[in-house]
Design a protein around this ligand. Sequence first.
Ligand SMILES: Cc1cc2nc3c(=O)[nH]c(=O)nc-3n(C[C@H](O)[C@H](O)[C@H](O)COP(=O)(O)OP(=O)(O)OC[C@H]3O[C@@H](n4cnc5c(N)ncnc54)[C@H](O)[C@@H]3O)c2cc1C
Length: 372
Amino acid sequence: MHTKSVLVIGGGIGGLTAAIALGHKDYRVEIIEKDPDWTVYGVGIIQQFNVVRAMGTLGLLDAYMAEAYGFDRTEMYNPGGQKIAEFPTPRLAGPEYPSNAGIRRTDLQRVLATKANELGATVRLGVTAKRFDDDGEGVEVTFSDGKSARYDIVVGADGVHSRTRAQIMPEAPKPRYTGQWVWRYNFPQPDDMTGIRIFVGQRGAGLVPLGKGQMYMFLLSEEPEGFRLALEGSAAAMRERMAGNAPQIVALADQVTDDASVVGRPLETIFLDGPWHKGRVVLLGDAVHASTPHLAQGAGMAIEDGLVLAEELAAAADPEAAFAAFRARRFDRTRFVAMNSVRIGESQMGKIEHVDVPALNRETIALMAQPI
Ligand SMILES: Cc1cc2nc3c(=O)[nH]c(=O)nc-3n(C[C@H](O)[C@H](O)[C@H](O)COP(=O)(O)OP(=O)(O)OC[C@H]3O[C@@H](n4cnc5c(N)ncnc54)[C@H](O)[C@@H]3O)c2cc1C
């Protein structure tokens, strides 16, 4: 195959996955990442059966599972701490691999970056794209460091506040704050833990096993627009928000003591109903469909995007046809995740009618298990 050149903007989960998938199809990939230190925060991420399947397709399942904690079910608890449902999930990567995984974000990034590098992708840190000149045959990109280079295509994987999106589609909607924050903290993993424990109710929370003796907690809270979290006092702020939650959550409060280990983030969402590309520049991941984490599928959608984009590019005669086919394959699935994740949050905040989370979870599991 004729080797084509691709610039991937953003060295996050979506950008690295796209680089690996394109590398497998013999594309020559260069990644630029604006963060000079390529920092990733130290808590974990839930990766469900469709992500474990994707890791197999990306050719890195064993390296990934060596860093992750595999499990086959999700348990759901009411605000009083009683178990109300249990969801077995399918083993999509084969009977010898667990269904789901919990993994530290730092470990996930290392596994993905190592594979991208093995496949020949290069990474330049502390660099952004200032300007695109697309002449229909290729894109001349001018970088923030003054250099410029020409690529056959450009992939914008630069997250919910995507500058690439703003550059190619200034008219596109902007991300919206949903009204909730998520707080996370690492704890020692209890010996009897065999899967995720989700606590439903007005104040959602969860405990996610990570292996290597660790788990992390996520905790939702409603905060006013413009709320800012100062480093000093952040452990006390998280403890305050744990109060009144299920007993299993409250019992961990006295271990939340280190301000620097609290990871608090506002939840923002965006979904592009219109095109996902302009000319030879295409967007993927949170840049087009950032959802809240209520269904724990945001990164899953970014990862699947990378796989589907590479498949469509390898199959189509020209990039724009591939980009249109990519969006057509991804639209309904990513919209389901984005819209329903936001719905759960709105229901927790009392902004819409009650959402039956166990029922929605069952529907999501069935849908996410479908081939992409
Ligand atoms: C609190 C919280 C919890 C979550 N938990 C889960 C979960 O458990 N499971 C799950 O599947 N999903 C989860 N998600 C969602 C998941 O984190 C995102 O969907 C996923 O990170 C999207 O990947 P991405 O590569 O599109 O964007 P990002 O991960 O945001 O990566 C974008 C990258 O681009 C870089 N960048 C930004 N601008 C530029 C620029 N101009 N030039 C170059 N580089 C740039 C950034 O530094 C970053 O490295 C969660 C999200 C939140 C907010």
